[in-house]
Design a protein around this ligand. Structure first.
Ligand code: AMP
Length: 296
C-alpha cells in the first residue's frame, strides 16, 4: 500500500495508473476505521483495478468545534486495517493541503453568523433541509465541499459510500448530477455489530453502560420494518416515541419515514414507491444515526 499526503505526488501516481488503463475505485473516510469502512474497500476491490482510500477529518462539516476535536483519530490502526484489506493507496492530507485559509475563515464566519448558505455551490433543494440537515445546519455543505475536492483530486471511475449515511448519499448523488461529475456512486449496505448496532467511528465514545442501551436503535428499526404492512405511519411513529420515552438516557432527535429519493417525510405509504425509516438519537454528548429501507 502506498501512502500519500500531498495532492501533487498522489496525482502523479494516479496519472501513471490511468495511463495503464486501470479503473480507480475511491473510498472517502474520516478514519477511525472499522469493518463498515472495510466493507466499502472490499466492494471497491471487487469492481475496480486500484482502490484508494482517503482519511481526512473534514473540519468544514463540523459545526461544533468540540465534536471536531473529539473525533477519534487512529491512523496507525487504520493503516494496518487498510493494508490487511488489500487497499492500494491511502491519501491522508493535512487540512492546509485541502483548504485555503480563506475557505476556513469563511466556515468560521458561517458558524459565528449562522450564514450557512454563503459560498454554496450546489442547491440541494429539500435534501439538506430535513433530518440531519435540519439539526446540523451547514453540515452537508461541508460534506459536498470536501467530496467535490476529493473527486477532483482523485478522479475515480467509481466512489463507494455507506447506506449508513443515507442522507449523505442522496446529497452526493445530487451534487454529482448537478456538477456533471463523471463518477459512478455506489451505495454499500450497513455493517452492524452482532447485536444490530450500526458500526460507527463514534461508537468507541460510548460508555459501557451506554453501549448496553444503544442496540435499541436498530432493534426499533427492525420492529418498524416488521410492522409496516399492518400499521400506518403515524402509528409507527407513536411506537417509536413510546419506545424512547421509556429510556431516559437516550433522547430521540428524530424518527422519520421518508421517500428514498426526495427524502420528503411521508404521511402515507401509498405516496411513495420506495421508503426508508431514518432515526437519530443523542446519548450523552454523542449523536448516532441509523436507517432501514422499508421497501423499494
Ligand atoms: P466516515 O468515516 O464516517 O465519514 O464514513 C466513511 C464511509 O463509510 C461513509 O460512506 C459511510 O457511510 C461509510 N460507513 C460508515 N459506517 C458504515 C457501516 N456501518 N456500514 C457501511 N458503511 C459505513
Amino acid at each position: 500500500m502506498i501512502f500519500f499526503n500531498s495532492i501533487s505526488t498522489l496525482q502523479a501516481h494516479l496519472k501513471n495508473v490511468r495511463e495503464q488503463g486501470q479503473q480507480i475505485g475511491f473510498v472517502p473516510t474520516m478514519g477511525a476505521l472499522h469493518l463498515g469502512h472495510i466493507s466499502l474497500i472490499n466492494s471497491a476491490k471487487a469492481s475496480c483495478d486500484l482502490v484508494i482510500c482517503s482519511i481526512f477529518v473534514n473540519p468544514t462539516q463540523f459545526n461544533n468545534l468540540q465534536d471536531l476535536e473529539k473525533y477519534p483519530r487512529t491512523l496507525e490502526a487504520d493503516m494496518r486495517l487498510l493494508e490487511e484489506a488489500g487497499c492500494d493507496v491511502v491519501f491522508v492530507p493535512e487540512v492546509s493541503e485541502m483548504y485555503s485559509p480563506t475557505e476556513l475563515e469563511l466556515k468560521a464566519k458561517q458558524i459565528e453568523d449562522k450564514s450557512w448558505a454563503q459560498g454554496k455551490k450546489v442547491d440541494f433543494g429539500d435534501l439538506d433541509k430535513v433530518m440531519e440537515g435540519k439539526q446540523r445546519p451547514g453540515h452537508f455543505n461541508g460534506v459536498a465541499q470536501v467530496v467535490s475536492k476529493l473527486f477532483r483530486i482523485v478522479q475515480p471511475e467509481k466512489a463507494f459510500f455507506g447506506q449508513k449515511d443515507f442522507q449523505q448519499l442522496a446529497i452526493i448523488r445530487s451534487m454529482v448530477q448537478q456538477l456533471k461529475m463523471d463518477v459512478e456512486i455506489i451505495s454499500c449496505p450497513i455493517l452492524r455489530e452482532k447485536d444490530g448496532l450500526a458500526m460507527s467511528s463514534r461508537n468507541v465514545r460510548l460508555s459501557p453502560h451506554e453501549r448496553t442501551l444503544v442496540p435499541v436503535i436498530s432493534q426499533t428499526l427492525f420492529k418498524i420494518k416488521q410492522l409496516q404492512a399492518t400499521h400506518s405511519i403515524s402509528q409507527l411513529k407513536s411506537i417509536v416515541n413510546e419506545q424512547f420515552a421509556s429510556i431516559p438516557e437516550i433522547k430521540l432527535a428524530y424518527f422519520e419515514i421518508v421517500d428514498s429519493d426526495t427524502l420528503r417525510a411521508l404521511t402515507d405509504f401509498k405516496d411513495s414507491k420506495s421508503a426508508v425509516a431514518c432515526i437519530a438519537v443523542e446519548i450523552g454528548a454523542l449523536r448516532l444515526i441509523d436507517n432501514i429501507i422499508l421497501y423499494s
